[in-house]
Ligand binder design. Structure first.
Ligand code: NAP
Length: 391
């Protein structure tokens, strides 16, 4: 990682969200080591204003012009550029003082800023998995060209990143991501149909943003993570797998060809992988207490019931299909989850609609941002249309 001086300069994209706030908490703890230079948010002006007062960044961005104008009208005790919109987030990502960019905008809106970050050749701490799902080949191509380091922030991928550190990929039989199973893993498939937004948001282990929490309830989150892992670690589909592990202590496993199985364990707290993305290749004292396995007692593992969680099965298919399949799967899911959160559709409509839409999508290889976003937009329109017809 290139550094401007002894201090590592960090830009946080999605600073007002769950990953963003955790990142800032770590930075506050290691003030001697990190300085925030850029913040990008969506609509939460109040939280962003508070963050500006605390961290005094050089550049900030909001989703809407009116919110950026509101910030401009306020009195600030340090000079700062205030910008807005998708270009604003890209500007924060590409800011020349950055040493590390944490990409934690949710959904496909994180793609352009993530690409802008990768093009700088700096370190990218990647939380925004949807970018990798829709544009993994393009992100890899741009990072090879620029020399950017992509360090995963997702806990499972951070685990794999650590486990594969000294291993030869040819000697790896399988990489297994674990899934908590979400709130409905024990239910009968018939009981899933009409689960409410409130119960789907009630995740047993992780406290996260709403979109990823619903994805965890359908297990689509694990599907997105499988596709993300394929691109991050250059793994063929047959070397990727999933196990349900309700305790969420083991985040990933790597089976070597000699029969050894390596595992990464840590507390169920995103501060651990975020901190590693900031400090790698070094490690700093954690803000959290040690993991006491004698208190955890049992570590259980179960096979996934794909019939109950059909979106995970679709994601497995996506691993060996053309890029348009993953783009459509991601886009349709995002639109359907949004409709479910607005209570426009039932829980089971999420996968019913998404599967219909993805199966109707023409399959082709795509590797430029314009075509990726075109397929994304077109898929969303078809998803909304199907949802409208159902209601
Ligand atoms: N949370 C976790 O534990 C976790 C774990 C692994 C991976 N991830 C991944 O990390 C990403 C963020 O997740 P999260 O849970 O932190 O989500 P979140 O709490 O919903 O936060 C999302 C952030 O993105 C911002 N945002 C949303 N739309 C935007 C737009 N159009 N332009 C600019 N900013 C926008 C939001 O701003 P406002 O709030 O200001 O509107 C917020 O700062 C997701 O891709 C998720 O899959 C999260």
């Amino acid at each position: 990682m290139r550094k401007t001086d002894d201090i590592t300069h960090v830009a946080v994209l999605g600073s007002t969200g769950s990953i963003g706030q955790n990142t800032l908490e770590i930075i506050s703890h290691f003030k001697d080591r990190f300085k925030v230079v850029g913040l990008s948010a969506g609509k939460n002006t109040k939280r962003l204003s508070h963050q500006i007062k605390t961290y005094k960044p050089d550049i900030v961005s909001l989703r809407e012009k009116k919110d950026a104008d509101e910030l401009k009208d306020m009195k600030w005790d340090h000079p700062m550029e205030i910008t807005w919109g998708p270009e604003g987030a890209e500007k924060v990502a590409g800011f020349d003082k950055n040493d590390v960019i944490i990409s934690a905008i949710t959904g496909i809106n994180g793609l352009r800023p993530t690409l802008a970050a990768v093009k700088t050749g700096k370190r990218l701490g990647l939380a925004n998995k949807e970018s990798m799902v829709a544009a993994g080949a393009l992100i890899n191509q741009e990072s090879s060209r620029s020399g950017a380091e992509v360090i995963p922030v997702d806990s499972e991928h951070s685990g794999v990143f650590q486990l594969l550190h000294k291993e030869n990929l040819r000697e790896v039989n399988k990489v297994i991501l674990t899934a908590s199973g979400g709130p409905f893993f024990q239910l009968d498939p018939k009981e899933l149909e009409n689960q409410s937004v409130e119960s789907a948001l009630n995740h047993p282990r992780w406290s996260m943003g709403k979109k990823i929490t619903i994805d965890s309830a359908t297990l689509m989150n694990k599907g997105l993570e499988l596709i993300e892992a394929k691109w991050l670690f250059h793994l063929p589909p047959e070397k990727l797998g999933v196990l349900i592990h309700p305790q969420s202590i083991v985040h990933s496993l790597v089976e070597m060809r000699d029969g050894s199985v390596l595992a990464q364990l840590s507390r169920t707290d995103m501060k651990i992988p975020i901190q590693l993305a900031l400090t790698y290749p070094h490690r700093r004292e954690s803000l959290l207490p040690s993991l006491d396995l004698s208190k955890v007692k049992a570590l259980d593992f179960f096979e996934v019931d794909f019939k109950k969680f059909p979106l995970l099965e679709m994601a497995l298919k996506a691993l060996s299909r053309e890029q348009s399949f993953s783009i459509a799967l991601n886009a349709s899911n995002e639109a359907a989850v949004h409709s479910f959160l607005k209570k426009d559709i039932r829980f089971s409509d999420i996968w019913e609609v998404v599967i219909e839409v993805v199966e109707e999508t023409e399959e082709r290889s795509v590797n430029n941002i314009e075509d990726i976003l075109k397929i994304d937009q077109e898929t969303r329109k078809r998803t909304w249309e199907k949802i409208r017809k159902r209601n």
